[in-house]
Design a protein around this ligand. Structure first.
Ligand code: PLZ
Length: 457
């Protein structure tokens, strides 16, 4: 199947946009590097594919053996503007020649302020805002909680079933799934509570407002609104399985939070920056969060994260109370300004929408005849397929793993996710040419067709 019109190719690097396998996957040089990794890198640091990358751009990742793989993962939703985007590369090089680091807390620089201004302008809501910059998604989440506590004078924080917020101590407490993120790493931060989320495929299709009322009842009885500093939620729950809460769930929660003086934090680390077809996923339901955490896509692959929020909340923290040596590093800020320019001006929201339509159409068709496909969901270039055992509806993690492994050996980078591990997720760079996207999902679809139906189910 060939479709001539590209989703988006402008500005991509000159890597041939093709799947090209010249060795088996992994090839011999990757295998050598995997052996060195075993001896040098801590065993706890896992890899999805033992394929060592040398370059990437548009919709491909090229490995050390010369294989060119179709990228349907974007380094976990990071390279939305495309890997090594030329504008980002130029901005990084120019800034690195001038200064690599001075520490914003010592001698500040314009780039940090400009990124804060851009985030204040782009995040939902017309109110006065402030931003603070950090290095990772987890660090942004930690700081959002600190800010909410300082503003409210309260301590409790509510996170949701299937949530993922990071791997640091506080964010492990917020993250729902034990294996591999939490097991053996406790004790976890206190004053973190969990509420049920709207999961339309698995909660019997409860309406969004009903699901929100169940969550609110849990919070009111088990925590108490007057004890609660913040509720934190991903507008689409990412690692938990690309769960899109039913319409009205987020708006009902946000209204309740406002009425009770509870800070509503939208964790847009995975959903932010055009990924879902809007600059931020909160926009799909016109949610105006009090605080928004961002990272991943923000800087075209450089480590940078942020908390952006209502000026009176952000400014509740005492002077010197927020920071870190590297937060808002000048090279990362230069990259972010170039990436944000691309997100705003290169049609990437439209590209995300288009990518979503292509993937959703294909797997919805398959779902019509293959009962192992329980659900196809997501928004924009953040689409997932949930696999089940047809006889019982139970999650089928083994099938997701088989399909992903088969795609990997055929040169397609695809990731799994989900609390039950039974979800394949698609997160292509928004710069992927359409024919490459179609080839990639064809391979995943064929791998699914060829994966034997589980005996006895
Ligand atoms: N909040 C919503 O998705 C990171 C984690 C991969 P960091 N998700 C990918 C892994 O196995 O570690 C994430 C997220 C949301 C916070 C985070 C944390 O962001 O930059 O990984 O710290």
């Amino acid at each position: 199947m060939t479709i001539a019109e590209p989703v988006y190719t402008a500005g991509g690097p000159a890597l041939p946009q093709e799947r090209r396998l010249v060795t088996s996957i992994p090839g011999p040089r990757s295998a050598e590097l995997a052996a060195r990794k075993r001896d040098a890198v801590a065993a706890g640091v896992g890899t999805t594919m033992p394929v060592y990358a040398t370059s990437a751009g548009g919709g491909v990742v090229v490995d050390v053996d010369g294989n060119s793989l179709i990228d349907l993962g974007s380094g976990i939703a990071v390279t939305g503007v495309g890997n090594a985007h030329p504008g980002v590369v130029k901005a990084i090089a120019e800034q690195a020649e001038r200064a690599t680091h001075t520490c914003f807390m010592v001698t500040p620089y314009e780039g940090y302020v400009a990124v804060a201004e851009a985030l204040n302008r782009l995040t939902p809501g017309e109110h006065a805002k402030r931003s603070a910059l950090f290095n990772s998604g987890a660090e942004a989440v930690e700081n959002a909680v600190k800010i909410a506590r300082a503003h409210t004078g309260r301590q409790a924080v509510v996170a949701f079933d299937h949530a993922y917020h990071g791997r640091t101590n506080l964010t492990m407490a917020l993250t729902a799934k034990s294996m591999p993120y939490k097991k053996g790493f406790g004790p976890f931060a206190s004053e973190v509570y969990r509420a049920p989320v709207s999961y339309p495929f698995r909660d019997g299709g409860m309406s969004g407002p009903d699901a929100a009322r169940a969550a609110i009842s849990r919070i009111e009885t088990q925590v108490g609104a007057d004890q609660l500093a913040a509720i934190i939620i991903e507008p689409i729950l990412g690692e938990g399985g690309f769960i899109v809460p039913a319409e009205g769930f987020l708006t009902t929660l946000a209204r309740w939070a406002r009425e009770n003086g509870v800070v509503f934090i939208a964790d847009e680390v995975q959903t932010g920056f055009a990924r879902t077809g809007r600059m931020f996923a909160s926009e799909h339901e016109a949610i105006v969060p009090d605080l928004v955490t961002t990272a991943k896509g923000i800087a075209g692959g450089m480590p940078l994260s942020a908390v952006t929020g209502r000026a009176e909340m952000m400014d509740a923290v005492h002077g010197g109370g927020l920071g870190g040596t590297y937060g808002g590093n000048p090279v990362a800020c230069a990259a972010a300004l170039a990436a944000i320019d691309a997100f705003e001006n290169d049609g990437l929201c439209e590209a995300a929408e288009r990518i979503g339509e292509v993937i959703t159409r294909r797997f919805s068709e398959i779902a019509g005849s293959d009962p192992r496909v329980g659900d196809v969901r997501g928004r924009g270039a953040m689409i997932a397929v949930e696999f089940v055992k047809p006889s019982t509806g139970e999650p089928d993690a083994a099938l997701a793993a088989r399909v992903a492994a088969s795609a990997h050996t055929q040169g397609v980078i695809v990731l799994t996710c989900g609390t039950f591990g039974n979800v394949i997720r698609f997160l292509p760079p928004l710069t992927i040419p359409l024919e490459l996207l179609v080839e990639g999902i064809d391979i995943v679809a064929t791998a699914l067709r060829d994966a034997a139906h589980d005996a006895g189910t």
